[in-house]
Write a protein that binds this ligand. Structure first.
Ligand code: 5GP
Ligand code: ZN
Length: 139
């Protein structure tokens, strides 16, 4: 087993687990960017959202919700930023799907997801929509 998060999910590497069920494990990020910064991983290896089977998705996002509720109860943050770095360009460094749960506190100096990138398209939304729909038309 080469994958770091498979090893953590299988307890071959220790971590600070805050939640576990049959489908997922949630543990504190080793390099937290806020108090309670948590990473949720499916136990089943999948590189990203496009690779996880549909049948596993509900349970996985249930684990994200349960972990978020635990953090809310324990740490009482003002909110959360919850997200996935999906692919190298977005910052994904571990090729095992994981959702970051980042508790947000008043005055933490952080931004919204909109602060991640500033690269608006030149094409009108109508053309972009049409391209997406055309490419995904069932034959
Ligand atoms: P990514 O950048 O791939 O979205 O997030 C990977 C996250 O996993 C990083 O925030 C990093 O700090 C965390 N991480 C990497 N290795 C370990 C580890 O061995 N243990 C724990 N708990 N977190 C890790
Ligand atoms: Zn894995």
């Amino acid at each position: 087993m080469e994958c770091l998060f498979c090893k953590i999910a299988n307890k071959l590497i220790p971590s600070h687990v805050i939640y576990e069920d049959v489908s997922a494990v949630s543990f504190l990020d080793i390099n937290p960017i806020s108090m309670g910064h948590t990473v949720v991983v499916p136990k089943e290896h999948a590189q990203n959202l496009l690779e996880i089977p549909d049948s596993s998705l509900g349970d996985f996002f249930g684990a994200v919700k349960n972990s978020t509720a635990m953090l809310q109860k324990a740490l009482n943050p003002a909110g959360f930023t919850i997200g996935i770095n999906h692919g190298r360009i977005s910052g994904q460094s571990v090729d095992h799907l994981h959702v970051h749960i980042i508790p947000r506190f008043e005055g933490d100096g952080g931004g919204s997801l909109h602060s991640v990138v500033h690269n608006p398209p030149n094409e009108p939304l109508e053309a972009i929509k049409n391209r997406i729909l055309e490419s995904n038309k069932s034959k």
